[in-house]
Design a protein around this ligand. Structure first.
Ligand SMILES: [Cu+2]
Length: 111
C-alpha cells in the first residue's frame, strides 16, 4: 500500500515536471474560427511562440505592423521568437483589428 502510494506520487511529480517544461519551451497559441487561444500568453524573453491554425484562414499581424504572416490556411503554423521584454499585441487582418478588437491576442514577454 505504502509503495503503491509512493510510486503514484513519483509518477504525478514526473508528469507535472514534463508539463511545466513543455509549457516553458513550446509556447503555443491555437488559431480557430475566429479566435486565438489563449488570447493572452506570458513567456520569458528569448522564448518562441508557435501559432497553430486548426481551421479557417487567418493571419497573425502585429498591431504596430512590424511583422505579419501571410494568410495561414488550416494546418499551417507560424513560429516567432521574442527576444525583448514587452507587450506584443496582434490581430487577424480578416477577423479582428488593432487594440484587441475581435480576433486578436497579446504576448506578454517578461525579462
Ligand atoms: Cu481570422
Amino acid at each position: 500500500m505504502r509503495i503503491k502510494q509512493t510510486i503514484t506520487t513519483a509518477a504525478i511529480a514526473t508528469l507535472l515536471c514534463v508539463a511545466s517544461a513543455l509549457s516553458q519551451e513550446q509556447a503555443k497559441v491555437i488559431i480557430s474560427n475566429n479566435k486565438f487561444e489563449p488570447k493572452a500568453l506570458t513567456i520569458k524573453a528569448g522564448s518562441e511562440v508557435t501559432w497553430e491554425n486548426k481551421e479557417g484562414t487567418h493571419t497573425v499581424t502585429a498591431d504596430d505592423d512590424s511583422w505579419t504572416t501571410s494568410a495561414l490556411t488550416a494546418g499551417k503554423t507560424y513560429t516567432r521568437k521574442f527576444d525583448k521584454p514587452g507587450k506584443y499585441s496582434y490581430y487577424c487582418t480578416f477577423h479582428g483589428s488593432k487594440d484587441g478588437h475581435d480576433m486578436s491576442g497579446v504576448i506578454n514577454v517578461t525579462p
